[in-house]
Design a protein around this ligand. Structure first.
Ligand code: UGA
Length: 445
């Protein structure tokens, strides 16, 4: 059993803190946001993540998990400190904003009065960990005995608990000039996961940082690749879903992340590919990642394309058209609307003059804060009622399972744009809908 602190209690930090308690450790979660900490103390998760409220409550009650805003309390309690704060895109720039990570180091390191290990989990530009390791040694009263390693996180929202407790792999970057106890400590923290056979890779600091951004850049590339092919399918009458199935059987390619649609969003993939490019440019090797700009462009084009399809569907002018947008979250099983393609499309339709009726099973409260001028309905049916066109923008099971017969009776015109290629085409057509997928016989009625 280790005594652990986790700095940052957002998606990553809160899940990691609860996960570490589940592994048997004594954990304190730290955040500067008093209100968030108070909610977590009550066992309440301030965002939607399946399974997390149960795990959190379990360990707040077991006493293995507590929360504080007091960094000194955390420094006093723990020998292992995780950093799980955000590294969002800098306003007006592509680079990552490191202020939250830096602030944890500046706060925590001076409080390290006995030997301890800091393990960074946040996604950071390559070179950061080396810089922070040096800073920690400078600031900590114990000097060299305050060590830093990098242990990137690969969890997916919606599967965060599962990904924390049963990850595909663990990666640990250690400082080869001063490897110290970092590896031993990490092996102890993750002992049950390592014993279950999970690959545990120990690298230098730079490699560990690059593993994370490369993984996300690769995933983004896969999605934009298939979306680029979808553009070709659209002008040739081919079907991108069948194509993805066919190439996906080649296990060198694989079918996962070849889901064509309105593309990727969220708090990670878009900002990570931009930060990766920005860092490559700083390092003088910008050309190496020049293709990521294209990946970004393909991705953003899909959103515009969906708006164009909706415009065509209502006869060429969105003014006064009623459009139902099903979905606001950036993906299902999440209430996260950060860079959500669904909400972006809803906003663009609204700005083009349409009356937009949005329904999402979880993300409406968050969406309202960003787009208060859209109409939010309390059901799929209310969103679809009177609509000239329906856009399915997030592939929630609820939308896939909705009865197209019932919905056809409610819409002014039964025309659906399946921007996630998630509906059963034949069932919807049989119920009287004009169906358009993305890259799927898009022009067929
Ligand atoms: C992503 C990575 O998948 C995680 O491994 C990583 O740890 C995480 O970022 C992070 O850096 O923290 P996440 O942002 O939760 O996880 O979302 P994904 O499941 O990767 O989906 C990203 C976007 O791609 C979503 O908008 C999704 O709808 C879209 N997508 C995904 C597609 O358009 N097509 C696909 O085939 C798959």
């Amino acid at each position: 059993m280790e005594k652990i602190s986790v700095f940052g209690t957002g998606y990553l930090g809160a899940t990691h803190a609860a996960g570490m308690a589940e592994l048997g450790h004594e954990v304190v979660g730290v955040d500067v946001d008093e209100e968030k900490i108070e909610r977590l103390r009550q066992g309440e998760v301030p965002f939607f993540e399946p399974g997390l409220p149960e795990l959190l409550t379990k360990h707040v009650e077991s006493g293995r998990l507590r929360f504080t805003t007091d960094a000194a309390e955390a420094a006093d309690h723990a020998d292992v400190h995780f950093i799980g704060v955000g590294t969002p895109q800098k306003p007006g720039e592509n680079a990552a904003d490191m202020r939250f990570v830096d602030s944890v180091i500046e706060t925590l390191a001076p409080l390290m009065a006995r030997p301890g290990v800091i393990l960074g989990k946040s996604t950071v530009p390559v070179g950061t960990a080396q810089r922070l390791a040096k800073r920690v040694r400078e600031l900590a009263p114990v000097g060299d005995q305050a060590e830093l390693g990098w242990n990137p996180e690969f969890l997916r929202e919606g599967f965060a608990v599962e990904d924390t407790l049963r990850p595909d792999r663990l990666v640990l970057g250690v400082d080869h000039h001063n490897p110290g106890t970092v590896e031993t400590v990490a092996r102890s923290v993750y002992a049950p996961i390592i014993e279950a056979g999970t690959p545990f890779l120990v690298t230098d600091l730079a490699t560990s940082e690059l593993v994370k951004v490369s993984a996300n850049a690769f995933l983004a590339t896969k999605i934009s690749f298939i979306n680029a092919v979808a553009e070709i399918c659209e002008v040739t009458g081919a079907d991108v879903n069948q194509l993805a199935d066919a190439i996906g059987f080649d296990d060198r390619i694989g079918r996962k992340f070849l889901g064509a649609g309105i593309g990727f969003g969220g708090g990670c993939l878009p900002k990570d590919i931009r930060a990766f490019q920005a860092r490559a440019e700083e390092l003088g090797v910008g050309r190496a990642l020049g293709f990521l700009r294209e990946i970004d462009d393909v991705n953003l084009r899909r959103r515009v394309h969906v708006v164009d399809l909706a415009r065509e569907a209502v006869g060429g002018d969105l003014k006064d058209a009623k459009v139902a947008v099903l979905g606001a979250a950036f993906k299902p099983n999440s209430d996260d609307i950060r860079d959500s393609p669904a909400l972006d499309v809803a906003g663009k339709l609204h700005l083009a003059g349409a009356a937009v009726q949005v329904f999402d099973p979880q993300a409406m409260e968050n969406a309202k804060k960003v787009w208060p001028t859209l109409e939010y309905t309390s059901s799929i049916e209310d969103a679809v009622r009177g609509a000239n066109v329906v856009v399915v923008a997030t592939e929630w099971a609820q939308f896939r399972e909705a009865d197209p017969h019932v919905l056809a009776g409610l819409a002014a015109h039964p025309h659906v744009i399946d921007a996630r290629n998630c509906l059963d085409v034949e069932t919807w057509r049989a119920a009287g809908w004009t169906y358009q997928g993305l890259g799927r016989h898009a022009t067929a009625g």
